[in-house]
Ligand binder design. Sequence first.
Ligand SMILES: [Fe+2]
Ligand SMILES: [Fe+2]
Length: 206
Amino acid sequence: MPKSRTTNKRRRATRSRARGTRARNGSGRDDAISLLKADHREVERLFGEFESARSRDRQRELAERICEALKVHTEIEEEIFYPAFLEATDDTDVHHEAEIEHAGAKHLISEIEATGPRDDHFEARVTVLREMIRHHVKEEEQRGGMFSEAQKSDMDLQELGRQLHERKLELMGESPEGGAERSGRRMPPPQSRSRRGGRELRARSS
Ligand SMILES: [Fe+2]
Ligand SMILES: [Fe+2]
């Protein structure tokens, strides 16, 4: 039918235009933003499990997983995503605020790791960490926040997604199946941060 052929043609044109828009900064299912958002959801899920955990052992296990996941996540953002964001947008306000929030979270993470569940303040520390992360994730994901600014910029989000994924696996012990605690390997030492792109870091570390 001529009518349906026209409709199909229009649909194809719309899909093609949509693909063109995505291709400009490479956003898609496995781009940088999708990867970082998936990390956020995973940590939120672990915090939820921590809240309903009954035993100290389970709480300790979950706190370890939360700390590990957050260390890897903040590391890949600081090494790869944040410098690329700053270079593309020059938005020092958003960038520096995010870095300071990471520093606060990392301080609390090191306290949780050093003290463990026997400490009187263990649960309070995990609760405050959850609140800090909730605030930080909102800042990154909200309208006008870092991620939406990145999507409007000319950042190559597809390539950055590839770099983030690669570095994440490296920090987790190069095992796509499990984390550092499962593979029994510790995180490699953190690399230099800010204003250094992922490519440069990889070249320096190889
Ligand atoms: Fe994040
Ligand atoms: Fe972040």
